[in-house]
Design a protein around this ligand. Structure first.
Ligand code: NAD
Length: 259
């Protein structure tokens, strides 16, 4: 562990000295996490499929790069370009709405590609460098974006989403088990319903948007949606040395859904 990062009681240096790559950082929780980690002193490389969404992040000292996580070659290139990392946040994910009867093979494959295979490929590409960093500093951390809709809890119309997010948790545990002795940690983040641009899109696309929003809120016992700022403290924690004894976990920030 580096000297700076050992001072984790000091809020301003929680991620000092850490180089962290993030996917889907153009909006929603990815963008908020990039900003929050940079504010905690990390060197953040923020990527997204849509480069225009990354505008403005450089004002916060964040490096940006276009990356479609379904492009295996682009993943290899960015891993080579960024070099050894202390942190990797696989945040990219898409929601397919529907039951298994509404799920075409193509839609299933698309959900697998973005939600699971991307995390596998990025982890595989970045892992050698992260193990080097773990050997030097004592720790490196991978964070995978799962959801409470996964192996944790079933929701209606989330067949592909729930199954692929469950696979993310399985992948997380496998990586954690394989590399625990080398100082590499791997955890999954499982948020509740978070107010982000894609959630707003799902509400807008519903036959009755007012009722759809009410339904999303109703599944949150706290009576409100999460904001991205409810989630970023857990992102920082899991990427920081504070969580150095935490690995292989699916950590819920769900506002009480699973009480
Ligand atoms: P969002 O869905 O609003 O934004 C997602 C971002 O991902 C966009 O910037 C988009 O351009 C990018 N993206 C989509 N496909 C991509 C690809 N192939 N390659 C690279 N980038 C791509 O943001 P969000 O709602 O915060 O979701 C982020 C993650 O959190 C997803 O994995 C999602 O499944 C998960 N999640 C969301 C909620 C929620 O309620 N919003 C709850 C639990 C988990």
């Amino acid at each position: 562990m580096g000297e700076d990062s050992r001072c984790w009681g000091n809020q301003s240096v929680r991620l000092s000295g850490k180089k962290i790559l993030m996917t889907a950082a153009g909006q929603g929780m990815g963008r908020a996490s990039a900003l929050a980690c940079a504010a905690e002193g990390a060197q953040v490389i923020a990527t997204d499929r849509d480069a225009a969404l990354l505008d403005g992040l450089s004002d916060a000292g964040i490096e940006t790069a276009q990356l479609d996580v379904t492009d295996p070659q682009a993943i290899k290139e960015i891993a080579r370009k960024v070099g050894p990392l202390d942190g990797l946040f696989n945040c990219a994910g898409i929601v397919h709405h529907g039951t298994i009867l509404d799920l075409s093979d193509d839609a299933w494959q698309g959900s697998l590609d973005v939600n699971v295979t991307s995390a596998l490929r990025l982890t595989r590409a970045c892992l050698p460098g992260m193990l080097e960093r773990a050997e030097e500093t004592g720790t490196a951390s991978i964070l995978n974006m799962a959801s409470m809709a996964s192996s944790i809890k079933g929701f209606v119309n989330r067949a592909a989403y729930g199954a692929t997010k469950a696979a993310v948790i399985g992948l997380t545990k496998a990586v954690a088990a394989d590399f625990v002795k080398q100082g590499l940690r791997c955890n999954a983040l499982c948020p509740g319903t978070v107010d982000t641009p894609s959630l707003r899109g799902r509400i807008k696309a519903a036959p009755d948007p007012v009722q759809a929003e009410k339904d999303f809120v109703a599944r949150q016992p706290m009576g409100r949606l999460a904001t991205v700022d409810d989630i970023t403290p857990m992102v920082i924690y899991l990427l920081a040395d504070e969580s150095r004894f935490v690995t292989g976990q699916a950590l819920l920030v769900d506002g009480g859904v699973t009480i």
